[in-house]
Ligand binder design. Sequence first.
Ligand code: ZN
Ligand code: ZN
Length: 421
Amino acid sequence: MKVKAPRGTNDILPQDTAKWQYLENVAKNVFKRYNYKEIRTPIFEETGLFQRGIGEGTDIVEKEMYTFEDKGGRSITLRPEGTASVVRSFLENKIYGKAQPNKYFYLGQMFRYERPQSGRYRQFHQLGVEVLGGDSPAIDAEVILLGLEILRELGLEGLEVHLNSVGCPKCRESYKEKLIEYFKPYLEELCSDCQSRYERSPLRILDCKVDKDKNFLAEAPKIHEEICDECGDHFSEVKTFLDLLDIDYILNPKLVRGLDYYTRTAFEIIYKGLGAQDTIFGGGRYDGLAQEIGRRDVPGIGFAMGMERILLTLEEQGIELPIDESIDLFVITIGEEAQRSAFSYLHKLRRAGLKVEMDYLGRSVKGQMKAADRNNASYSIILGEDELQKGVATIRDMKIGDQVEVELKKLVEEMTDRIEN
Ligand SMILES: [Zn+2]
Ligand SMILES: [Zn+2]
């Protein structure tokens, strides 16, 4: 039997995990400065949570969930996204009774049964934020800025911020009617999916991937021009805050989220160089979601960022992350006695905080030299019988090649000094 990783998954090997850790650290530092706290929710949940929290009739719920029955007969689903779990946790732990707003971030694996392609996997990674318990437009602007800040610190350029307001359930009703009226003469020209959902959710015609280039779509009534006064005020405040932060944005009326619990601000951050899968992060306000999941009024907003997409964009833009995988010292030994003695020094040097390695396979001195090079060691320490007898070690600077002898009892101190300078 040949064992392979399941289709749509991949191993992240040590030469790549350094990049992932770098990206995670950049994000965590930004989260810290913005005072977002990490939340860790289960990787699987009861299926019902996602049916309510993502919405029946969406592609995710209808086609893409990893759903199975556990041994106790419960329907379980591997999380396809992060928001529903965070809102569930907020409600279950009664955080709504405490000071608001609560600002969370998460990162981890998500699972969707999709056709694997460049930048899209069945197990993929997202980092995201959710702010619960506040509906100020300043929060909307902060959430967008925070995401952009992570990408800026990684060195990414050429990003487009697409922005829209999808109003509230109240003002969306009359907009829906307008859309139904508008699309009536074009019904025949719509794709079959859109024809069947035309009455129920006409908004989803606007972001249909099949119909997106049809001429009549460009002329459709625009939701941000139809929203109620409260929603309009909120939207113009969000724009004012973004202007204040010098964030350019493109008003994109096609940016709609078809479900009723999505409200007001919707945004997507796009890098055109990525081709068909060009959204690096997207999100929006969901003031009706907590009502859907737990019958409670809690306003919320968040985004999710695809980590694979970020790494792909870094590659696309030719950005090398400043990753240093070199070690400080490589200990080279000659003879068995020296090897034993070196093993104890290895431990002392490591305990002193240095990155140290040695040979475990009995290689020749030449082989050990090569290993020191392969590990990008700044120094090598050579320890043989002669040195042991004299109570010294030979230190070789691997970059300039000169060698000095150091007393063994001062070795740790000497090496710590050299590395720190
Ligand atoms: Zn409204
Ligand atoms: Zn369509």
